[in-house]
Design a protein around this ligand. Structure first.
Ligand code: PLP
Length: 254
């Protein structure tokens, strides 16, 4: 067995997921173009990313700075265009977002490498990313990660925390990062309705915060993974992060 699926399978998996997203949007009175599909390529080789790129995917998620830095060379060799990495301004380039916990001492490298950081989980990290993006003279889009369940997330802001409010209060002073919305990881549970409660909670939080901080952009709701993306779409997700259902199971770490 190869470590990842063949070209036909990855393309076929993507097609199948897009169809499920369509069905879920119809069920909930939404339109498919409100939902972006992110292919989560952590632990997958550049060849698998290249196959998904060939199948039309232009949004990828990686969870480690160092891992993606190494893959980037292979992606260049394979002819996969990555936004901001020598191909800025090319509408055909792929965006790669960081979706893993980032230590603030790696903020500079992350701001260099990634199109966006979707896992801002502390005020300190937001400040570091703002400073790093400033030095690079770029605007870095970010999502704030919210922790809604003890089991699922070890990182993220508690929804009612003083630190979250302080971050939101100070956002307009941070000129180099651009607030785009919220992100969460639902708990693993056999019962998908547990995830639904979590997704609904994130959407409600978004509504409350958007009313209170009306100058900030809360339009993105990143929620839903391989096991629960259809439920997430029904509950208002604008960005689903799908790994296993596209690429198959992840190769074991070396
Ligand atoms: C790994 C990961 C995913 C993808 O998970 P799958 O179950 O493989 O779809 C999505 N979001 C985050 C934050 C991840 O770390």
């Amino acid at each position: 067995m190869p470590e990842h699926l063949s070209i036909a399978s990855i393309a076929e998996n993507i097609r199948c997921i897009q169809e499920k997203i369509s069905t879920a949007t119809h069920r909930s009175g939404r339109s498919h173009d409100e939902v972006k599909l992110m292919a989560v390529s952590k632990m997958q080789p550049a060849t698998a990313i290249s196959e998904a790129f060939a199948a039309g995917v232009r949004l990828f998620g990686e969870n480690r700075v160092q891992e993606f830095r190494q893959k980037l060379k292979d992606l260049n060799t394979l002819g996969v265009l990555v936004a901001g990495c020598g191909s800025s301004g090319d509408g055909n380039a792929a965006e790669v977002h960081l979706i893993g916990h980032l230590q603030s001492n790696k903020a500079t490298r992350a701001a260099e490498l990634f199109t966006a950081v979707d896992t801002v989980d502390s005020l300190k990290l937001a400040l570091r990313l703002d400073e790093a993006a400033g030095k690079l003279e770029k605007r870095l889009p970010v999502l704030i990660e919210i922790k809604l369940s003890e089991e699922a997330a070890k990182t993220g802001f508690e929804p009612e925390s003083a630190e979250l409010m302080e971050l939101l209060d100070r956002f307009s002073d941070m000129k180099h990062i651009q607030m785009r919305g919220l992100m969460t990881v639902a708990p693993f549970d056999e019962n998908p309705e547990i995830a639904r409660i979590c997704f609904r909670h994130l959407r409600q939080l978004r509504e409350q915060l958007a009313a209170r901080y009306d100058r900030l952009d809360f339009s993105e709701l990143s929620m839903g993974m391989s096991g629960d993306f259809e439920i997430a779409v029904e509950e208002g997700s604008t960005l689903v992060r799908v790994g296993t259902a596209i690429f198959g199971s992840r190769p074991k770490p070396a």
